[in-house]
Design a protein around this ligand. Sequence first.
Ligand SMILES: [Zn+2]
Length: 627
Amino acid sequence: MNCSGRVWSWLLFFLIVSVPAFAQNSSAAKSAAPTITIAVDASDAPRKIIHAQLTIPASPGSLTLYYPKWIPGEHGPTGPIQELTGVKFSANGEPLTWRRDLLDGWTFHVDVPQGVSLVNVSLDYAAPAGDGGIYTGGMSATEKMTVLNWNTVLLYPANWTSDELTYLASVRLPAGWKFGTPLPVASQAGAEIKFSPASLTTLVDSPVIAGEYLRIVPLAENPTQEMDIAADSAAALDAPAEVLDSYKSLTDQAFKLFGARHFRDYHFVYSLSDHVAHFGLEHHESNDSRVDERGLVDPEHRIYNAGLLTHEYVHSWNGKYRRPADLATPDYEKPMQTDLLWVYEGLTSYLGDLLSARSGLRTPEQYRDALALIAARLDHLPGRSWRNLQDTADGVPAMQDAPDQWESWRRELDYYDEDVLNWLWVDTILRQQTHSKKSMDDFCHLFHGGQSGPPAVNTYTFDDVVNALNQVTAYDWRGFWTERLTNHGPGAPLSGIERSGWKLVYDDTPSELFRIEERYHDQIDAAYSIGLLLKQDGTIIDAIEGMPAAKAGIGPGMKVAAVNGRRFSADVLHDALRDASAPLALLVENTEYFKTYNLDYHGGEKYPHLAREPSKPDVLSDIIKPR
Ligand SMILES: [Zn+2]
């Protein structure tokens, strides 16, 4: 509504204002693309403020400057504009007047007087000090470490593509901090690092991780691949050698999967802190991934995080090198279109999980447990009835920050998980059609391989995906994907699991991963018995429509106070669920009122697993076998 109105007005603005400029730039004028200097002072990072000084070539008149808005990989207008503070423009020592654009809060118009050829900008990035902000706009600095994402600390002039603009960047770090980054370094003097000239595209694609406790772990040579790990303690860096060996194996297995590499060198920029936002963001020559402080040293935490770095690494091929044409925008102002995220994210999730098993980061059982969790959630998804899979991708720029309450009815970003099941299904079709001579590995060689070399972007459309699949083996791939993206179920697409020799089953014993996920999210997951997801204190996060709790009248935001007359705890609830012969009465508080709900449920506890289907060959184990 409001959002799409703004987007379209800006798309229109872009077409009117920018296209003639690009046309002009593509002629002889292109050589005049400006070089901008940016000096970042991150020495105040523990105070959660980053300072920057820029000099931007300009000519008299109105200078339009953008703060990056559509951040690659974040799939929305997430540039943290509310954290951009202390902005001052000057020239020849005199302050300049400016005004923010009335239609777009990320755009500034600066009045440049006669005789001025360089505009100086000083600005601060007020890094979030608590919850708030998402992805790179979330918490990024602690007492001991920080991750600098250049898009948070810069402005860039309109009418140039991010490939055309050159930035001369430098950064000052807190004294004694070490750093890692994919951005080529020109020189270092003490705490100040100067980088080689880079396009704005490369700069924004190249985070810098820095900290007192920083460990560089070499993974491979020719090209160099390494982990640049910063943590809130020295102890958190002390990962077992076999874990790091699995990441070495990951680089090898990925090369075997794709057959080429599209980076000069590659850095796993890895944050271990309980005080930074937790997510992963892909880049061409790195990924910015952030987990809790014990993420490498605690076995349970490693199991929980085992799919993160593999996913982000796959993105170097699927997402960065091969990119949907309508996501490959010329700058960070033009809106991105997200309709092909079922390839960009869905295939990445499938391949990332597969590589987590092939590299040894997950055991085959842990791989199957993760698959079972995905399949079970998607098999209990009433939101499927009104919203198809395609819409989960189309809607993400507006919807990705949606709350957890009513998630099963709203649907979340299912183009990740559901397309793990769909691409597995594709893999089994490829194998069956070719009598096991071809598989997704052949598709990856064809689609993502080619010539190894420095970063390049090779765009695609829906038709290109269908054509590439048909090159591996002829099939009605257009019909397959059209149906997968537009169906309304009921139930999850389980054919890939079943065709690979396994089936989704439920029993009364949770998998190790299931319990770890519950602990991580401070949750009790009773989704497959009574259809409830609760906080450990009894607060109801979601009640799945059509299942016993929802049928009895329970909804999100209520809080379970007692179970069968006894004060609520996780154990009390589990005991009551296990006793299938007893009635189940929940005393629930809702906006200060208490009521007892009687649930018609006698099915015991239910937890998802994959079980072998002995009548069929075990294709799944072959899929995840190391190459
Ligand atoms: Zn991703």
